[in-house]
Design a protein around this ligand. Sequence first.
Ligand code: EPU
Length: 341
Amino acid sequence: MTLQFRADVDLRPYNTFGMAARAAHFCQLDNAADLPALLAHPLYRQGPVLWLGGGSNLLLTRDYPGLVVKVALAGIRLLGEDGDDVIVEAAAGENWHGFVQHALAQGWFGLENLSLIPGTVGASPVQNIGAYGVEVKDRLLEVVCARLDRNGEALTLSNAECRFGYRDSVFKREAAGRLLVTAVRFRLSRRADLRTGYGDIQKQLQADGVDQPTPLDISRAVVAIRQSKLPDPAVLGNAGSFFKNPVVDARQAAALLERHPQLPNYPAADGRVKLAAGWLIDQCGLKGYRDGDAGVHDKQALVLVNHGQATGAQMHALARKVQGSVSEKFGVALEPEPLIL
Ligand code: EPU
């Protein structure tokens, strides 16, 4: 099917925060073969252009003045096998959790800790999604991209070339607006290599009465934990963690820990220390706080929620209030995780 452009489109179904913004123009990319035509189209050339996956890491504070392209490329295939390892490719528009479940059903293990993360496969390397002790970079072989400045010509980036960091990659930096992720290749395994170190997973497995867990048990445990803490975007609009966990230097961490011994902290690169932003926000008394329909989730303070009709500007104002409180009480700056437009 050829590309279909629509004007003045309601973006509510396309962002998990449920923000009522409109796109001046909108089209869906179902087929990679349509990419050259899209890149040559006057609406694309005129810009600005927003490439959209699942819309689960986005806060829209106003109408979008240009073209929104929903990436809907589909397909999952086994590319090859190497001993116990399997090389699997998933197209960018595949739903992330659907792909994780498909992999588990085939006996391709390694992604079970990343169960139930909202969004698409194509967005997974952009911010190096991670949960319960695993990041997508740990299982990713390479990323297939289209060069936006070269008529959609294909370019494959190795794991190292993606320069992954905590919720960070080259796609957020130098490659932003220049490369579109069209597919992701993973190295998975037929042999289970379980990551059960995360406290919450151990507690959940115990509660489920599982003492010799399979990858499927881990997936079920992660789904149960996420459902108990994180709001379902279909019920309560949200974009997952709204802030990154802040990374501070060793001296600041030591000073904070002296005053707040309970502060959850984890070692980060270069002797730095990652702090639990959810705990900091919680300690400011903001868990469950609400200003109209813009709120802080009552079960996990790191998540901001739309109780119904909150506008993007109201959500943004709440985010600034949270940042202000944490900065005042702890001297720590919180950086938003979603793209704010
Ligand atoms: N905490 C509180 N109060 C709160 C929230 C958290 O005291 O309201 C404490 C918890 O008790 C725990 C610590 O803070 O000791 C960390 O909380 P949690 O284990 O829930 O994880 P997180 O650090 O808040 C991160 C990721 C999540 C991921 C979980 C599990 C970021 C920004 N968030 O959250 O990712 O699911 O770990 O691995 O790194 C996302 O990025 O959207 C996301 C949901």
